[in-house]
Design a protein around this ligand. Structure first.
Ligand code: AMP
Ligand code: TRP
Length: 336
């Protein structure tokens, strides 16, 4: 048995924020030591809602640079752009033809996003989870590290692999596709908005003050934390259902300072907001400073960055093409 295969990705839409980092990318960095890891920038997913063509390439490159700045190492991980590996679109089509429509209509994220799009909902938006299943199944991934919001999509990918591909086209002793498992880290799995502790921090929130992006300069980070919603009570604590903002800010402090939940809770138990907020701001600024300076270096040497993505594409393509060929054959297509 080789090392477990891991695959994940983030869309290049809007700047990555603390939720993306603490809920997803930070865990990827740890996983690359003991696993065979694939991380892609999912640009095909970014066009499922109206997008700006003049921004897409730049945002894709910038997201890849952030992956590396956060600690993904091209010597250990395959880092690539989804649309550069054509097998993603092809497997998506094959999976589309065996996925029941009502499985997709049930997806919570689709329903939420569709409401926001009004009467401008694309077929791609509905199909988004099938493309995500293709991303995962192409690499025979064992584990998929994601935030909690993606759990339902992972279940769909499992159902497609098991019930719709393996059961129909595979043989019992030789499954065609590996059935993946989600890997959801508890801490950081749900970073909430700074302006409403009951909503998750999100790229699509129209209020910029609701999130801290990984590229926010120190003064802006400090300002956003200063304005973050709190409550009139003194002292910080975890898990009080009436104080969602407090739970979130204390959780962020525990993660960003590296102190952990127990020590952070003890340190802040009697603290007022006037003392706590500057501490949190300082922890956020110092946690992001090394990421920002590495990002700036990477973006200054585009040729090198593009080279990393080319190498990633070549490695990913080898694995992905073999899988799609296997599925084509099992489904009975005439060989090329
Ligand atoms: P998205 O920003 O929706 O493209 O999500 C990219 C990755 O970050 C996924 O694995 C999400 O589960 C994760 N993620 C997004 N927002 C948050 C959040 N507020 N807290 C924790 N994880 C998040
Ligand atoms: N849907 C995921 C998100 O919004 C992004 C994604 C696309 C993904 N393909 C993936 C995540 C494959 C993990 C594996 O976060």
């Amino acid at each position: 048995m080789g090392r477990p295969r891991v695959l994940s990705g983030v869309q290049p839409t809007g700047a990555l924020h603390l939720g993306n980092w603490l809920g997803a990318i930070r865990n990827w960095v740890d996983l690359q030591h003991d696993n065979d890891t694939f991380f892609c920038v999912v640009d095909l997913h970014a066009v499922t809602v109206p997008h700006q063509p003049d921004r897409l390439a730049e945002d894709t490159l910038s997201t890849a640079a952030l992956y590396l700045a956060c600690g993904l190492d091209p010597a250990q991980s395959t880092v690539f752009v989804q649309s550069h590996v054509k097998a993603h679109s092809e497997l998506c089509w094959l999976l589309n033809c065996v996925t029941p429509l009502n499985w997709l209509e049930r997806m919570i994220q689709f329903k939420e996003k569709a409401v926001k799009q009004g009467d401008n909902v694309s077929v791609g938006l509905l199909d988004y989870p099938v493309l995500m299943a293709a991303d995962i199944l192409l690499y025979d991934a064992d584990l998929v590290p994601v935030g909690e919001d993606q759990k339902q999509h992972l279940e769909l990918a499992r159902d497609i692999a098991q019930q719709r591909i393996n059961a129909r086209f595979g043989s019992e002793d030789q499954p065609l596709l590996q059935v993946p498992k989600p890997l959801i880290m508890r801490e950081g799995a749900r970073v909430m908005s700074l302006t409403d502790g009951r909503n998750k921090m999100s790229k699509s929130d129209p209020n910029d003050n609701s999130r801290i992006t990984l590229l926010d300069p120190p003064a802006l980070i400090t300002k956003k934390i200063k304005r973050a919603k709190t409550d009139p009570q003194m002292g910080l604590e975890f898990s009080n259902p009436d104080r969602p903002e407090t739970d979130n800010l204390l959780g962020l402090y525990a993660l960003l300072s590296g102190k952990g939940r127990t020590a952070a809770a003890a340190e802040c138990a009697e603290m007022g907001w006037g003392t706590f907020k500057p501490l949190l701001a300082e922890a956020a600024v110092s946690a992001l400073e090394p990421i920002q300076s590495r990002y700036n270096e990477l973006m200054e040497d585009r040729a090198e960055l593009e080279n990393v993505l080319k190498q990633g594409r070549d490695r990913a393509e080898g694995v992905a093409t073999a899988t799609v060929d296997r599925v084509r054959k099992a489904m009975g297509f005439l060989a090329t």
